[in-house]
Design a protein around this ligand. Structure first.
Ligand SMILES: Cc1ncc(COP(=O)(O)O)c(C=O)c1O
Length: 378
């Protein structure tokens, strides 16, 4: 089976972890500092800080930006549940705006419709690595005085007119979970161009300490530090980033070119000047002659790995449909998420299918996947 997930780890990453273990400096240390430097350079941001994972990166950004109880944060429902969960963690209320049917990203016009006097922030998610329409989103945010936190978990190597995602809002939050473009097993990072905010996030991620460390705590904080073993893997991944990401871009371009000829499926539209990270390729079925589950089963029968990713939107998850088990529901009035409806997102959730984008794909396997799809759809 040509896999949809294949972990691109080499001897170099293994050796780097062994070196950390031999050094006995297991906690966040020299490898983390060196990774931060490389990641800031890679993302073109002034400041980068390692975080234990992408979920904590989003939560940290929200806490540092003072987003909390009574605030509303507008986000997309078509994402991994962590995006909106972190809004709940902060005590704020996720408000779901529908997505654009071509980019699968939050639709700026729908954001406008959801703004209320309680809205404090917008959390765009660059879904599958496709940059959101950040120009339109930043215009809205500036007009309405709203904070923007970018969920760049899937966006390593995604850019708009040469600016890496994560640099448009106040903070960009990344994940290095084991299936992403750049991987540490678990892992995350925040980037920002605001020094004061950067220092605050570094403190909060380390139990509110000052840079000098020790046992004085100036802010209520968390332990969101990365281990130096993860940072060591990330260091090597950064050295290999160009190789890994250009391979993905190459595969993404090949698929986009070939699949744009297919009448019954639609490939996520990349806006002009935007560079997709090519994390996930998930065409959308646009002809009701075909069904998501049948396409996936067919591809698998031909040894092409395939799956649906978010068939349930965030608000459709059982934990949102009934929020009573969430402890803050005792003190916060949440919307009744069972009444929320984002029709475009619901269509995309039910009609997309993922195909392999892994770096181990050869030209031969890409051609085979396209041929198999051609036989089915055309
Ligand atoms: C869009 C999105 N946001 C947030 C996260 C959370 O990141 P992590 O798994 O590193 O906590 C992920 C995924 O893993 C994600 O895909």
């Amino acid at each position: 089976m040509i896999p949809v997930v294949d972990i691109d780890i080499k001897e170099r990453e293994m050796k780097a972890v062994q070196d950390v273990i031999k050094s006995k400096y297991l906690v966040e240390g020299p490898n983390a500092r060196s990774f931060e430097e490389k990641f800031a350079k890679f993302s073109g941001s002034k400041f980068a800080s390692t975080i234990v994972n992408g979920t904590c990166a989003l939560h940290l950004a929200m806490v540092a930006l003072d987003i909390g109880p009574k605030d509303e944060v507008i986000t997309t429902p078509y994402t991994f549940v962590a995006s909106s969960n972190t809004i709940l963690f902060s005590g704020a209320i996720p408000i779901f705006a529908d997505i654009d049917k071509e980019t699968f990203n939050i639709d700026p016009e729908k954001i406008e419709e959801k703004i209320s006097e309680k809205t404090k922030a917008i959390m765009p998610v660059h879904i599958f690595g496709n940059p959101c329409d950040m120009k339109a989103i930043m215009d809205i945010a500036e007009d309405r005085n709203l904070i923007v936190i970018e969920d760049c978990a899937q966006g390593h190597g995604a850019a708009i007119d040469g600016t890496h995602v994560g640099n448009f809002g106040s903070v960009g939050c990344f994940s290095f979970y084991g299936t992403k473009n750049l991987i540490g097993g678990e892992g995350g990072a925040v980037i920002t161009n605001d020094e004061e905010l950067f220092e605050k996030m570094k403190s909060i991620k380390n139990h509110g300490r000052s840079p000098a460390g020790g046992y004085d705590h100036y802010l209520i904080g968390y332990n969101y530090r990365m281990t130096d073993m993860t940072a060591a893997i990330m260091n090597v991944q950064m050295d290999r980033a160009d190789e890994i990401i250009s391979k993905r871009h190459d595969t993404g371009d090949k698929y986009r070119e070939a699949l744009s000829e297919f009448k019954d499926i639609f490939v996520q539209k990349v806006l002009p000047g935007h560079q997709h990270s090519d994390y996930i390729m998930a065409p959308l079925i646009v002809n009701n002659k075909f069904s998501q589950s049948e396409v996936i089963e067919y591809l698998k029968s031909k040894n092409v790995g395939s799956r649906s990713i978010y068939s349930k939107l965030a608000y459709q998850q059982p934990c949102y449909q009934d929020l009573t088990s969430w402890h803050l529901s005792r003190v916060i009035d949440y919307p009744d998420y069972s009444k929320v409806k984002c029709s475009t997102a619901e269509y995309v959730a039910q009609n997309h299918f993922e195909i392999p984008m892994v770096t181990s794909l050869t030209d031969e396997s890409i051609n085979y996947i396209i041929e198999v799809m051609n036989e089915y759809f055309n």
